[in-house]
Design a protein around this ligand. Structure first.
Ligand SMILES: NC(=O)c1ccc[n+]([C@@H]2O[C@H](COP(=O)([O-])OP(=O)(O)OC[C@H]3O[C@@H](n4cnc5c(N)ncnc54)[C@H](O)[C@@H]3O)[C@@H](O)[C@H]2O)c1
Length: 354
C-alpha cells in the first residue's frame, strides 16, 4: 500500500515517522509522498524521508503516484477541504481528530466516504491506548465517569478550543463506553491564554441515567490524562499516559474511609496501601485487579488498524460516524459554554488579547 501524509506539522511528523517504521518492519506499506505548504517544513520532510513533498493536495494528486491511502494532519479547520479532495480521488483516509470543524462538514465527509466506498477513520487514538483496549472487554454498566485531561500550554492547535483539542478524546471514549444518547449538557469554559476556551468543565447526562464529568485544560502546570468510572459495585481507573488500569470490586461492605477515598477518585496504589494496612492485602470486602496491559504506542496501533481496514476493506475500529458523534457532543458543549458565558456576563473574557 502506498500512502501519503498531508500536513507535516507537530503531529503529522508522527504519522510520517510511524508509516516509515511500518515500512521498515516490512508490513506492506510504503510512505510515498507528503503535502506541506510551509517551505522549510516541506524541505526538511523531503530530505528526512527521501520523498516528494508537494505544496498542495492538488499537486499531489496530479503527480499520479498510485496512492492507496493518506493521513490528514492539517489544522482542524482544513480537515474537510483536504480529506474530501483525497476521498474524491479514491483514497482511503485517516483524518486526525476532530473529524471536522463543523457538523455540516463532518456529515459531508461521512456521506462522501460512503458514496465512494472509501474508508474514513477519525484519529481518536486513545481508543487504541492499550489501557482502554484492556478495559473494553471487562465493561459492565458504567454509570458515573470522571475524566481529567490536563496539559501545559503550548502554542499549538490554537485554531480550536480545548474541547476540540483535548476533551474530544474523552468524549469519544465515554460515548463508546456509555452506549446511550445524550440527554443534557452543562458546561463552563474560560479563555485563559488564547482567545478561545483553554479550560473547561462539563457535565453530561445520558438517557440511561449515566453521568459523566469532564475536565480539560491546556493551561495546567501538570500533565494528567485519566478516566475513572463506577459501575454497580465496581470502580475502574485508567491512566492513559502510564497505560495502567486498576479495577476494584466490592464483594461485601467496606470501611467508610475507603468508600470515601474511592468516591473521591483518590484510590491510587499509595492510598490503598495506607487504607489496607500497608499493602498486607486488600481490605475485607474488596478485590483488586490490574488487568494485563500490552504496552504500545497508541498512534502506531491506530495506524496499523487503519491499514488493516484498508487492506481487508472492513469497517474501521473507530468509525467516521463515531467521529461525527464525538464532534456533535463537542459542539453541544461549546453552545452550552457560550450560554453560560452570556448568563455570567463573561463576554469580555472572549475578546482577543491585545
Ligand atoms: N491525535 C492526537 O492526539 C493529536 C495531537 C495533536 C494534534 N492532533 C491533530 O492533528 C492536526 C494537526 O495538528 P498539529 O498540532 O500538527 O498542527 P500544526 O500546525 O503543527 O501542523 C499542521 C501542518 O499542516 C500544514 N498545512 C496547513 N494547511 C495545509 C494543507 N491545506 N495541506 C497540507 N498541509 C497543510 C501546516 O503548514 C502545518 O505544517 C489537528 O487536527 C490536531 O487536532 C491530534
Amino acid at each position: 500500500m502506498r500512502v501519503a501524509v498531508a500536513g507535516a506539522g507537530a503531529f503529522g511528523r508522527n504519522h510520517l515517522r510511524v508509516y516509515r517504521e511500518l515500512e521498515a518492519a516490512g508490513l506492506g506499506v510504503a510512505l510515498a509522498a507528503a503535502v506541506e505548504p510551509e517551505a522549510a517544513r516541506a524541505a526538511e520532510t523531503a530530505e528526512k524521508y527521501s520523498i516528494p513533498v508537494f505544496a498542495t493536495v492538488d499537486e499531489l494528486l496530479r503527480a499520479d503516484l498510485r496512492l492507496d491511502a493518506a493521513s490528514v494532519a492539517v489544522p482542524t479547520v482544513r480537515h474537510h477541504a483536504v480529506a474530501s479532495a483525497l476521498l474524491d480521488a479514491g483514497l482511503d483516509v485517516l483524518v486526525e481528530k476532530p473529524l471536522a470543524a463543523t457538523l455540516a462538514e463532518a456529515d459531508e465527509l461521512v456521506a462522501l466516504a460512503e458514496r465512494n466506498g472509501r474508508i474514513l477513520q477519525p484519529g481518536h487514538l486513545e481508543r487504541f491506548n492499550p489501557a482502554v483496549l484492556a478495559v473494553e472487554p471487562k465493561l459492565r454498566r458504567p454509570m458515573f465517569f470522571e475524566a481529567h485531561r490536563l496539559s501545559v500550554f503550548t502554542p499549538r492547535s490554537l485554531d480550536v478550543d480545548v474541547v476540540l483539542d483535548l476533551m474530544i478524546h474523552d468524549l469519544d471514549i465515554v460515548l463508546t463506553f456509555a452506549h446511550s444518547p445524550v440527554r443534557e449538557v452543562r458546561a463552563v469554559g474560560l479563555p485563559i491564554v488564547s482567545p478561545k476556551v483553554d479550560i473547561a468543565n462539563v457535565r453530561v447526562e445520558f438517557e440511561s441515567g449515566c453521568v459523566a464529568n469532564f475536565t480539560a485544560s491546556r493551561v495546567s502546570t501538570e500533565r494528567v490524562r485519566k478516566l475513572r468510572f463506577f459501575e454497580p459495585r465496581q470502580y475502574v481507573s485508567i491512566d492513559y499516559a502510564r497505560q495502567d488500569v486498576l479495577i476494584i470490586r466490592m464483594n461485601g461492605s467496606i470501611s467508610a474511609e475507603l468508600a470515601a477515598a474511592i468516591a473521591g477518585g483518590r484510590v491510587d496504589a499509595e492510598t490503598l496501601a495506607q487504607l489496607t494496612g500497608g499493602g498486607a492485602g486488600p481490605a475485607p470486602g474488596l478485590s483488586l485487579s490490574k488487568p494485563e496491559v500490552m504496552p504500545g504506542e497508541p498512534l502506531r496501533l491506530e495506524m496499523e488498524s487503519f491499514l488493516d481496514a484498508v487492506r481487508m476493506r472492513r469497517t474501521p475500529h473507530v468509525t467516521a460516524q463515531q467521529g461525527r458523534d464525538a464532534l456533535a457532543l463537542a459542539l453541544e458543549i461549546q453552545a452550552s459554554m457560550a450560554a453560560h458565558a452570556a448568563r455570567a456576563g463573561l463576554q469580555n473574557f472572549f475578546e482577543p488579547l491585545a
